[in-house]
Design a protein around this ligand. Sequence first.
Ligand SMILES: Cc1cc2nc3c(=O)[nH]c(=O)nc-3n(C[C@H](O)[C@H](O)[C@H](O)COP(=O)(O)O)c2cc1C
Length: 204
Amino acid sequence: MATLLHLDSALFPQGSASRDITAAFVKSWLEQHPEGKVVYRDLAASPIPHLDAAAVGAGPDHELRAVLAAELAEADAVLIGAPMYNFTIASTLKAWLDQVIIVGANTGPGGPVASTPFTIVASRGGSYAPGTPREDFEFVQNYLEKVLTGMLGITEIDFIVPELTLAPVKPEMADLIPLAEASRAKAHEEAVQKAKALAARHAA
Ligand SMILES: Cc1cc2nc3c(=O)[nH]c(=O)nc-3n(C[C@H](O)[C@H](O)[C@H](O)COP(=O)(O)O)c2cc1C
């Protein structure tokens, strides 16, 4: 039985691009895998604690860290909703990473989770695409790519990026509404197709 680990970290439950798109991914994945198991954590609604000294000291023997690391180890694929807040990821998602990355237990190239495919829905109000004025302020994709490859040794990371999500609510961005809509539609389609492709791989 295939298992998907699904994390959301968007603050607002309604109208969230990342939540809508991760939900579309899960729906598509389950259509291919009706018997599949989805392990879900809403990190905004039920935040996990920050890493503390005791948890670092205990490593894999720490109860919460062991649970989170087992969820990661048992996943055939990982899906993360990662909205941009102040140019980077939600602090709740950082807390998950700090707890789940256990040096010596699941880290390094060729480590136990290195071949797990990650799909990340990186929603943002503006655009940080190459060539845009704020290109250098992008610390979601850049950070997640580095931490997942550098710490967990992950070799397959796909980013789906619904951008300009603030266009409908910011008058100064009104001209960008068509681009925002196109970005959201593209992200939705990419999520559906990626989920199908991953599910087909599990079935093989
Ligand atoms: C506290 C806060 C900080 C934000 N910081 C940024 C930011 O630095 N850059 C940006 O483009 N959008 C920023 N936004 C807008 C969100 O990235 C945008 O609303 C996004 O769509 C949220 O993700 P969601 O739609 O998946 O819920 C911020 C929103 C909030 C609430």
